[in-house]
Design a binder for this molecule. Structure first.
Ligand code: BGC
Length: 735
């Protein structure tokens, strides 16, 4: 088994583990292989007495201590508990949702969130978080895109590793750390039609090059656990997928930690139609490589294991128990005393609020701007309109009900503009048409210097089981924007949504559109800072925004077809006689596109503006030609200089994309392999260097064995502030 994860999950002497195992009965071992899913506290007590290995967090430190005391003092072997909880982007202090964090293109943002969340949650006794979610998705219909880091495997890998390292810290047993969990393994974001939990059928090539890299990055960062996904891959449900769980994850990727099932994912093997009953399902899953069942279905009502050594090999059960005990030992649970969590954090502090506000600034993406933003703090009158004007729904999917809410944009704007006349009106509603409110807002526009329209997608519409066939603004929000723009008063839109919404029908109308995402506890103040130019937006899209739902799935890193389009399609055209249009005459018509859409997404991955401007020089490579062995020994470096050519300080995100012009398998037209967010004062210049190696130029083969393929030929290295504005350097790679 690979040992990269062992760097962070220290080896526990085999003798110690074996001695413990030798003392345990079959039922005692099997009881360790489950986590009870949100039991009532009384039920949790009974489960812990019966020897269960893990429970969901019971809600506070006192209860957690009691459960741990029972496990340590009242069970035969005194094995402490894993206490799990979905601490996804905060516990009390909420940081931006993961997709919004990815838009920062700054892994420090994810690290700050994970470090602070770990401190808060661990202070209450949580020791295991089901985060980060590292599912790649190119389908904004899927509500869970907001829980991940977007459409790109490289960006997701960098963020996954940052979060794992920050949750777990250098020393897993240090106070304030959480065991992390990379989820959902695997291809969960590829569900058919963007429907949650739905089937997938991904090729070996796509699996290796798109879905596995973020898990490999998490394993390399030492992630303690990996969660199996609800979906099937080519007909095999992931909870029973021996090849992907054992051969690929544990053997090829070298994962030494624990594979946990998703909520009732094991017993759902019955609904999938691959098991007759729950006992069969448990046997199938554990045999396939699952170590912990989430739900508590492994011990039956009679107090005995539902599986026997006849249905699951004993060595497999021993391996699973070893993995679990190893984590408990490494996390220091056997030596942990109750006093270690003396002070339970229950609220954000000034410090965490300040961190959350700073992080939130970095996640917003300025989609368009004709100078309407930022709004001058000395402006005399502002009309603030829209259902998000007074809403405090800024936390986004996956937060607990005790998390600290944000103040509204309205409250924060009034506080920031004490000398401005601020008029606030709803102008409409999230879920219905309110003609009266809209008419009143439109009538009020003319007597104001600027209109800020705060619209978006309420948190309840994204996250798990929240797929949408038409992910657009709900209610009459789009109509409100259109009518306000028609008044001629400058309009700036604040779009509180990070899931790509279909906005092409209105987005070109207002003077400026700032997409903020659900930014967490300090969203209100951070948004106002951005609107007033106290902070300068520097985020970039981590998912492309399609022109219409019919364009989904969409991704910047697609391969070329044999007939790439150069011009958009047309619905009306002269009759084309197919027989007369032969090979070579395919330029305009027989190309891969929609007849009724412009080419490409409305806004592409990596897009984002600033209140200042930047110039990125042409890339300079360390050598224009090299051999594979030189690449292996010396690497390849690419450098650019970046200058802030505008009048404000701000951030540029320098992005490096690779294109392998001719390969044995068709390669993406662009593939992100480096990015750097730099802050520059007006007139300031800096240089940005990227170091590339074989893994950046190569790709994973489509064979069942993991093989990195590096082929000779010409590589284009594109560097710039967005996919469409890159400049290119060529590199010849020889054998
Ligand atoms: C979700 C997981 C989550 C688990 C535990 C499931 O429904 O798919 O992401 O970690 O619940 O709450």
């Amino acid at each position: 088994m690979g040992s990269r994860a062992d760097r962070q999950v220290p080896e526990v002497p085999v003798r110690e583990l074996d001695a413990m195992l030798a003392r345990m009965s079959w039922d005692e071992k099997v009881a360790q292989l489950q986590i009870a899913y949100r039991p009532r506290f009384e039920d949790a007590i009974a489960l812990v007495r019966s020897g269960i290995g893990a429970v969901f967090w019971p809600g506070d430190l006192v209860r957690t201590r009691e459960l741990q005391r029972i496990a340590r003092e009242e069970t035969p072997h005194g094995i402490p508990l894993l206490i799990g909880l979905d601490v996804i982007h905060g516990q009390y202090t909420i940081f931006p949702t993961p997709l919004a964090e990815a838009c920062s293109f700054d892994p420090d943002v994810a690290m700050i969130d994970a470090r602070e969340s770990a401190q808060e949650a661990a202070s209450g006794g949580v020791n295991w978080t089901f985060s980060p979610m590292v599912d790649i998705s190119t389908d904004p219909r899927w509500g869970r895109v907001v829980e991940g880091f977007g459409e790109d495997p490289y960006l997701t890998s960098v963020f996954a590793a940052a979060k794992v390292r920050a949750y777990q810290s250098e020393d897993l047993s240090a106070p304030g750390t959480l065991l992390a969990c990379a989820k959902h393994y695997i291809a969960y974001g590829a569900g058919e039609g963007g429907r949650d939990y739905d089937a997938t059928d991904v090729s070996e090539y796509r699996l290796r090059n798109t879905y596995l890299p973020p898990f490999q990055a998490s394993v390399d960062a030492g992630v303690a656990s990996v969660m199996a996904s609800f979906n099937t891959v080519a007909g095999r449900p992931m909870h029973a997928n021996r090849r992907l769980l054992t051969d690929v994850l544990k053997h090829q990727l070298g994962f030494a930690g624990v594979v946990v099932g998703d909520a009732d994912g094991v017993v759902q093997l019955v609904a999938h139609g691959v098991s007759h009953n729950n006992a069969d399902a448990v046997a199938l899953a554990i045999s396939a490589g699952l170590d912990i069942e989430m739900g508590g279905n492994v011990i039956g009502a009679d107090g005995h294991a539902v599986v026997s050594p006849q249905s699951v090999p004993e060595e497999r059960v021993n391996d699973a128990v070893r993995r679990i005990l190893r984590l408990k030992l490494a996390r220091g649970l056997f030596s942990e005393t109750a006093s270690e969590h003396a002070v339970e954090v229950r609220h954000p502090t000034e410090r965490t609020r300040e961190l959350a506000r700073g992080v939130a600034h970095r996640c917003a993406v300025l989609l368009s701007n004709d100078g309407t933003l930022p709004i001058s703090p000395s402006i005399s009158s502002v009309l603030l309109v829209g259902p998000y004007a007074t809403s405090t729904d800024h936390l986004g999917a996956w937060t607990q009900n005790f998390a600290a809410q944000s103040r509204s944009i309205d409250e924060c704007l009034r506080e920031a503009l004490p000398n401005t006349s601020v008029t606030t009106m709803t102008g409409g509603a999230f879920f219905r048409e309110d003609l009266e409110a809209r008419a009143a807002a439109v009538a009020a526009a003319a007597s104001n210097d600027v209109v800020i329209v705060a619209v978006g997608e309420p948190s309840s519409l994204s996250g798990e089981a929240s797929s949408r066939s038409e992910p657009a603004l709900t209610g009459d929000q789009a109509a409100l924007i259109r009518e306000l723009v028609a008044t001629g008063v400058p309009v700036a839109v604040i779009l509180v949504a990070e899931r790509p919404l279909i906005i092409a029908d209105w987005v070109d109308l207002p003077g400026a559109v700032l997409q903020t995402g659900h930014l967490g506890t300090e969203a209100g103040s951070a948004i106002v800072d951005l609107v007033l130019g106290i902070a300068n937006p520097g985020g970039r899209l981590a998912m492309s925004i399609p022109r219409s739902a019919g364009q989904i799935p969409i991704r910047y890193n697609h391969e070329n077809t044999g007939r790439p389009p150069s011009v958009r399609g047309q619905l009306e055209h002269e009759d084309v006689d197919v027989a007369l249009v032969g090979p070579g005459d395919t330029d305009d018509y027989f190309t891969s596109k929609y007849l009724d859409l412009d080419l490409g997404p409305k806004f592409e991955f990596g897009h984002g503006l600033s209140y200042t401007t930047f110039e990125v020089s042409a890339p300079v490579v360390s050598t224009p030609s090299l051999t594979m062995s030189t690449l292996a020994s010396d690497g390849l470096s690419v450098s650019v200089t970046v200058t802030n050519s505008g009048a404000r300080s701000g951030d540029e995100v320098v992005q490096l994309y690779i294109r392998d012009l001719v390969a044995s398998i068709a390669q993406p037209v662009r593939r992100l392999r480096g990015f750097r967010r730099v802050s520059l004062e007006p007139g300031e210049t800096t240089s940005v260097d990227f170091a590339l190696s074989a893994i950046d130029l190569g790709y994973w083969s489509d064979g069942v064995e993991a093989e990195l393929v590096l082929e000779p030929g010409t590589y284009e290295l594109h560097v710039g502030g967005s996919v469409s504005s890159t400049r290119v350097a060529l590199v010849e790679l020889a054998l």
